[in-house]
Design a protein around this ligand. Sequence first.
Ligand code: SAH
Length: 534
Amino acid sequence: MAEYTDPRECDGDGVADDMPELSDGDDEDFDNDEEQWMEEEDEEESQPVTVTCLFCDRLLSSVPATLQHCTAEHQVNLVDLIRKHNLDDYGYIKMINYIRSTKCVVSCLTGLPDAPLPWEGEEFLRPVVQDDALLQTDPEELCEGSSLSMCPSSGAESHDALQQRTQAAEERARSSEEALARAMDDLHKLKLLAQGLVLNAETSRPGNTGAVAELREDEDEAYFSSYGHYSIHEEMLKDKVRTESYRDFMYRNPEVFIDKVVLDVGCGTGILSMFAARAGAKKVIAVDQSQIIYQAMDIVRSNQLEDKITLIKGRIEDIKLPVEKVDIIISEWMGYFLLFESMLDSVLYARDLYLADGGSVYPDLCNISLAAVGDTQKHQDHIAFWDDVYGFNMACMKKAVVPEAMVEAVKPETLISEPTVIQTIDCNRVCLSELEFASDFCLKITTTTDCTAIVGYFDIFFDKGCSNKVMFSTGPQVTKTHWKQTVFLLERPFSVQAGEELRGKIIVRKNKKDPRSLLVTFVFGDRKLTYSLQ
Ligand code: SAH
């Protein structure tokens, strides 16, 4: 308990109370003092301590060893006694001296009342044993020391544990960093793959090739990244049937747009937004999740339309529009066989959330049609081809080829039936669940031949409230669009007679494993054929 007071101890302002003014000589004194102190401390540390046990003659090497001995051999825990009687320095000293002087038996110490304590007399302040190390110990430190050594999560053990935890955390951080780097790498590859697809694929709207299956891992990311490349937009813009139909609808029906607030869902390069602005819209909000929107921002500025068109990057489902309601929603959401890509889902989401009462979605009407095809040459190219490939039988490949619907331009002369509409969608009314449907159909056969395939396509109408209605078709008998047609090859063609009615049923549903792709099933009598469109 002999406390050492550091002569440099400072008061609150950081100046040592008794510190002489600094001078060379004083510095020396100071340094000497310090050295002396260090020596004293070293000496103190190196001097072996011997402590006589309180209850027997045993000599112990340290205070903690004495405490341990008392607990183990005599069942007296001094720390417990200090705590139990709430002993301060004096109380502790008196207790030690009391035990030593009275040579009391252990039972005297247990079960003592809180007060009066038998060592309260001043005589117990006098040391019984000379240089008693127990008397030089701070009872508070004893208690703290004991709780530290008793608690596994503190003291030396806790330091180790802490170090282990730090190492584990570092390890986790390292492996997370590696995982992140791998993910970034994958993402980069995915992006390149998507861009490659867009550049190389003959028909490049997303989803036309089998390789797209590889993109499913993060389908939305890949979907939007495919729209980030200029080439897909170039193809769409160059599709005059498509783009001019939107333009004509807007320019020829200014009364629909004048002073209206328009939302363009999936604006791409901003072409539809700019048509709408030129047609007289008061304000256009253009939304796209793909990187192409950054180009759209430049394009809008280059055409001095930045005051009218507000561009927002994000999924329409994720962002918040700067207005509560819009008067008109325009969007070019159509995919192969109309519903592939499922982008109409996003338009319906926007309609239900943002369209003002009396507002309209354009295009508003869409038809999906089917017709029978008799094209033996095409069938052979795609199916019979596998029977003999450089002299080898690869017929098993047909099982993979047939169930994948093809996106191809069908020659009009190969049509062998009148077309029939299997579904009409009114974008202002339809609900999400109706985008999966089943429909009975009847194809009036016009030519006696083998039916080798069924072709599907769609027509688009800008109709509601328009004085100049506009429509376009993606069918085989009119100018080809970038959607071409969707061909469902029959593995085994069947013969049909002119005048015959070919009856069947079509079931269109989303592919649960990839909701942006479709599963289309045809039922002809007892033949059931399912195709995927991916
Ligand atoms: N309107 C443009 C682009 C049409 S392509 C034009 O006519 O040329 C469809 C665009 O919609 C793509 O750029 C795609 O990134 C975007 N898109 C699709 N779903 C979306 C969604 N949920 N939220 C925001 N943008 C979307």
